[in-house]
Design a protein around this ligand. Structure first.
Ligand code: DGL
Length: 276
């Protein structure tokens, strides 16, 4: 059986929320998920570090036979994708492709707002990169984007505290800070793949008129469309409906935690990212 899976990458567990939507939409393909749990979080790290870590993971996924990789991580998409696409891909794997989550999201976001004011909740790294502001302007010049970084949210989720009363403190504080930037936001985007786990808490502190948007369906629709528009890549993605999970940290920890994001039990394999 030839396995040329689609690679789905995140700094940790967050990308599983995207993988879940991709599997609902495109169940026939083979997939490899790679979580760089040993080095998460990426959101507080420098551009250079996120780029180096992401590039290492991309090379490893190519070595597993992936013709196509989705960086299911906003931080990696913001800080590493462009350099990988423009600088590295032409010599490491010119016929392979790496996609991110920011472009598909910004292509869509302007269609979801009536007031033309959108709030973005993301890691510090994504916010400082200004990627959402820059990209959204290209597609929707009349939409104003307000950003707020939530540095405590990924650690709360990664440490299984997303449902605790302690999480309420940080969620409430960050939501109020975002809402204080403008009174007219009708759409708020969870621009970090970890954040959907906090969605119920976030909604508690949002006015009912605000639409809270997660990226899973947006990214899976965009991937489906990409595969239609790029038959040369699509034909290289194998279809045996298989799914493999790798983590750079302890598989036992990954398996115990990953089900919360994925909604099903998972059995992962450890990798130290060495390429034979
Ligand atoms: N889930 C990642 C994102 O979408 C970030 C998590 C992290 O800080 O590593 O930005």
């Amino acid at each position: 059986m030839i396995r040329q899976p689609i690679g789905i990458f995140d700094s940790g567990y967050g990308g599983l929320t995207i993988l879940k939507s991709i599997l609902d939409k495109l169940p026939a393909y083979d997939y490899i998920y790679l979580g760089d749990n040993a080095r998460t979080p990426y959101g507080t790290r420098s551009f250079e570090t996120v780029y180096q870590y992401t590039l290492e993971c991309v090379k490893w996924l190519f070595a597993q036979g992936c013709p196509l990789i989705v960086l299911a991580c906003n931080t990696a998409s913001a800080k590493a994708l462009r350099s990988i696409q423009q600088k590295d891909l032409p010599h490491i794997s010119p016929s392979n492709r790496v996609l991110g989550v920011i472009r598909p999201t910004t292509e869509k976001i302007g269609t979801l707002t009536k007031t033309k004011q959108v709030g973005i909740l993301a890691t510090k790294g994504t916010v400082l990169s200004e990627s959402y502001v820059i990209e959204a302007k290209k597609f929707f010049p009349d939409v104003q984007v307000f950003q707020h970084a939530c540095p405590m949210w990924v650690p709360l989720v990664e440490n299984n505290e997303y449902d605790s009363p302690g999480a309420d403190y940080f969620v409430q504080k960050d939501i109020y800070q975002l809402l204080s930037l403008s009174e007219n936001m009708d759409t708020i985007l969870l621009a970090c793949t970890h954040y959907p786990l906090l969605a119920d808490k976030i909604k508690k502190y949002l006015p009912e008129t605000v639409n809270l948007v997660s990226q899973g369906d947006i990214v899976s629709e965009s991937l489906a469309d990409y595969l239609i528009r790029h038959p040369e890549i699509e034909s290289r993605c194998s279809k045996n409906a298989s799914l493999t999970f790798f983590t750079t940290d302890a598989p036992g920890d990954f398996d115990a935690h990953a089900g919360i994001f994925f909604g099903k039990c998972i059995q992962s394999i450890h990798t130290n990212l060495e390429i034979p």
